[in-house]
Design a protein. Structure first.
Length: 275
């Protein structure tokens, strides 16, 4: 049995990961801003579940959840940084308040969770950190730039953390899902800034219009995604990056091709700047 620490466990992919881990006999410290939302899915609370109130923007709540989990299970093996939300709007349209609130959850919330959990994993000299990013953190799009930027930041954190923790026996994987049929495109997980600048209708407008059209019609199955995520913790050499969904693979490959073409085209300029 492994012990999982999952943020944002009350809905979406976090809820599916929690259920899959429990079904496999693992213990789960399932955190959410409202732990009762987790417990509603389990009327007869299983022995392996510990639901805790923990807002990722509140470090003391995360510390309390870790302490309660260690008291209950004695260890933490898998940390899943899943809590987060989306934000839609052209870069210039998004207010400073909205941008900072997004990064408080999607970036600084992850850092808060890592500070609370990593001392345990380091002391054990074992464990696995799963940072739930997005394919939008590898290849973003108009109207999703600030959300993409928060996930790009998670990519950078994960790359560095991978190198820092590998000598201690702790793995790091950043998961890059494409579109999955969770509630992510709904109002509970996606915030939309008003379209206040007419010049961006052509660039950002199609993404705004696609939200309602694709909500609930995404190609990815979240149950299968959770299964794949739990599977990856059971291999000896897990990847640094795990793309989920054919649409994620398509976007990653398209960007890799573009970067290669531009690198080749402008290589002479890059090399001309050396001694």
């Amino acid at each position: 049995m492994s012990v999982w620490f999952v943020t944002g466990a009350s809905r979406g992919l976090g809820a599916k990961i929690t259920r899959e881990a429990l079904d496999r006999g693992h213990g789960v410290i399932a955190t959410a801003r409202d732990a009762s939302a987790v417990l509603r899915a389990y009327p007869q609370e299983p022995d392996g579940l510990l639901a805790m109130n923990a807002d990722v923007t509140e470090p003391k709540q995360l510390t309390a959840a870790v302490e309660a989990g260690l008291e209950r299970f004695g260890r933490i093996d898998i940390v899943v940084n899943n809590a987060g939300y989306g934000l839609i709007g052209a870069i210039e349209e998004i207010s400073d308040e909205a941008a900072r609130a997004l990064f408080d959850v999607n970036v600084f919330g992850v850092l808060n969770t890592l500070r609370a959990t990593l001392p345990t994993l380091r002391a054990q000299r074992s464990g696995h950190v799963l940072n739930i990013g997005s394919v939008g953190g590898f290849a973003t799009a108009p109207a999703a730039g600030l959300y993409g930027a928060s996930k790009f930041a998670l990519e950078g954190i994960s790359e560095a953390l991978h190198g820092e923790l590998a000598p201690l026996g702790v793995h790091v994987t950043i998961v890059e899902p494409g579109g999955f049929r969770t509630d992510f495109l709904g109002s509970s997980s996606m915030r939309v800034e008003p379209a206040s600048i007419a010049d961006y209708v052509a660039g950002a407008g199609p993404v705004r219009e696609a939200l309602a059209e694709h909500d609930g019609r995404q190609p990815g199955d979240p149950v299968r995604a959770a299964n794949a995520i739990v599977d990856i913790t059971e291999v000896d050499e897990p990847p640094l990056r795990l793309q989920l969904g054919a649409d994620a693979i398509e976007r990653v490959e398209a960007k890799l091709d573009l970067v290669r073409r531009e690198l080749d085209r402008w290589r002479h300029v890059a090399l001309s700047t050396g001694v």
